[in-house]
Design a protein around this ligand. Structure first.
Ligand code: NAP
Length: 474
């Protein structure tokens, strides 16, 4: 079995400790990835800081050229990276292919956007003074990423940080670290200088604490659960360390009577089943207006039953394996809980196959508001559907959650679109769109879904300090 090293100060380093990576579709170990102890993490921080002193001096254009080279290397290895991603994360291969393509686009977009970190000159209001605003890179960045989109969520942090002039120490999830090693290989082949990008793996709470406590690490950017986000907030207090947090979600999808029926069905299928439902912006609750309920449900169930479950490497599979047994048990528990509270199973509802962690695509109706699936993330191909009568009720139901990452709505009424955009409590409002995230627009949450934004020009700002320069004179 292959063993992958860590990427430290421009070298791939093997250590005596490692973790096994399991293919969730076959339950077989596929590789080992080495882990770092505290000493190695501390050395990585020192090396990153040394690299910062020269990386920040480069022009944004030169840093952008490096990122374009990383994108070109990734493009040349895209098929291999996508296959590895499917094997370690269980996802359908077309999803992995799309994730690699999206990551390349993020790299290219931030290669350009780094050149637009403009300051400004402010008209003075005291005779003789001059006021300027400049933006400087914050310094060493600790980036902690999850397993569900193992490449793109790491790139979403690394690309803007590097473009802004900040070195990055990436700590990927233990379940999917191989893709991050491949990302490090792309950085290495592109000639990114030693220490500018490093990858560590190991005891996540130790690495998190070291990054949070070290004064040379100036920023932590984290994607993961709200629960771990809260732990980081507490630990960040000592150093008053800035955090960008991309946390959990519980997206509502609202289908109005006036929607375009066929495209809405397809968009809801994407919003729910993309990445086997393991997306922070996956539709978690579906509200359908009473006038279109029967028509919509007939088509939606037909399309749901067409989804092919199986090993993501097989042709035509759209629903792959869940990440591990715990994830499968969590989904089955939510289904049993909903059934015990009166829900009806319209499709699926059971484990699929006897090897690997698969769930049949599952649709539930008549789910009461106190069912677990109406309140906690599902992270599986399972969707509860409820009927509603008017717009105000739908908005109130949609907002009745501690989360606020994304919300979907389907309507042809332009005035309603604006009312929804203004009143739904989420960072992304997707109207007639099942796949809303894109390199050039901000992504992030309100309420307990997080702090700050990734992507768009806002994604670059997260890695820049704003400085006012006040010059006295005559
Ligand atoms: P998680 O358990 O919070 O883990 C995320 C990352 O944090 C992993 O690298 C994990 O490492 C690490 N971690 C765990 N405990 C830590 C600690 N005490 N200190 C520092 N790091 C720690 O989340 P997950 O299960 O991997 O991912 C699913 C969650 O992410 C869902 O809630 C989902 O909604 C959210 N998510 C949010 C977004 C967004 O953009 N808002 C995007 C995708 C996913 P180990 O793997 O080694 O434990």
């Amino acid at each position: 079995m292959q063993t992958y090293g860590l990427y430290l100060n421009g070298q791939f380093v093997e250590t005596e400790t490692s973790i096994d990576v399991t293919n969730p579709a076959t339950e077989e170990s596929i590789a080992r990835v080495c882990t770092a102890d505290k000493k190695k993490v501390l050395t990585a921080i020192k090396d990153a800081h040394n690299a910062f002193l020269s990386w920040r001096e480069l022009t944004a254009r030169t840093r952008g050229d490096y990122l374009l080279k990383v994108a070109a290397v990734m493009e040349s290895r895209k098929d291999e990276i996508a296959r590895v991603m499917t094997m370690e994360a269980g996802k359908a291969l077309n999803g992995s292919v799309a994730e690699v393509a999206g990551s390349i686009d993020h790299l290219r977009w931030f290669a350009e956007e780094g050149r637009r970190a403009y300051g400004r000159i402010i008209p003075h209001q005291t005779e003789g003074k001059r006021h300027l605003v400049i933006k400087s890179p914050v310094g060493v960045v600790g980036a902690i990423s999850p397993w569900n989109f193992p490449l793109i969520l790491a790139v979403r942090k690394a690309a803007p940080a590097l473009a802004a002039g900040c070195p990055v120490i990436l700590k990927p999830a233990s379940q999917t670290p191989i893709v991050s090693v491949l990302l490090a290989e792309c950085m290495d082949e592109a000639g990114i200088p030693p220490g500018v990008f490093q990858m560590v793996l190991g005891d996540s709470s130790m690495i998190g604490k070291v990054l949070l406590e070290h004064p040379l690490v100036r920023k932590i950017t984290f994607t993961g659960s709200t629960e771990v986000g809260k732990v980081l907030i507490k630990d960040a207090a000592e150093q008053v360390k800035p955090l960008s947090l991309e946390l959990g979600g519980h997206a509502p999808a609202i289908v109005f009577d006036d929607c375009d029926l066929e495209s809405t069905v397809q968009n809801v299928i994407d919003a729910k089943f993309r990445n086997t439902g393991q997306s922070c912006i996956a539709a978690n609750r579906l509200y359908v207006q009473d006038g279109i309920y029967d028509q919509f449900m007939k088509l939606f169930l037909q399309e749901t039953k067409k989804q092919k479950v199986g090993n993501g490497l097989e042709d035509g599979v759209s629903i792959g394996a869940l990440i591990d047994e715990k994830a499968l048990e969590h989904a089955l528990h939510q289904i049993e809980d909903a059934k015990s509270k009166g829900a009806k199973v319209l499709s699926g509802g059971k484990r699929w196959g006897d090897k690997g962690y698969f769930l049949e695509p599952t649709i539930l109706s008549d789910v009461p508001a106190d069912a677990l699936c109406m309140n906690e993330e599902t992270f599986a191909p399972m969707l509860p559907v409820m009927k509603f009568h008017d717009e105000a009720d739908a908005i109130a139901l949609a907002n009745d959650t501690r989360y606020g990452l994304s919300a979907y709505a389907f309507t042809q009424d332009i005035n309603r679109m604006f009312r929804l955009a203004e009143q739904l409590e989420a960072g992304t409002i997707a109207i007639n769109d099942g796949v809303p995230s894109t390199s050039n627009a901000p992504f992030g949450g309100v309420k307990q879904s997080g702090w700050g934004r990734e992507l768009g020009s806002e994604g670059l700002e997260e890695f820049l300090d704003v400085k006012h320069i006040s010059i006295g004179g005559n």
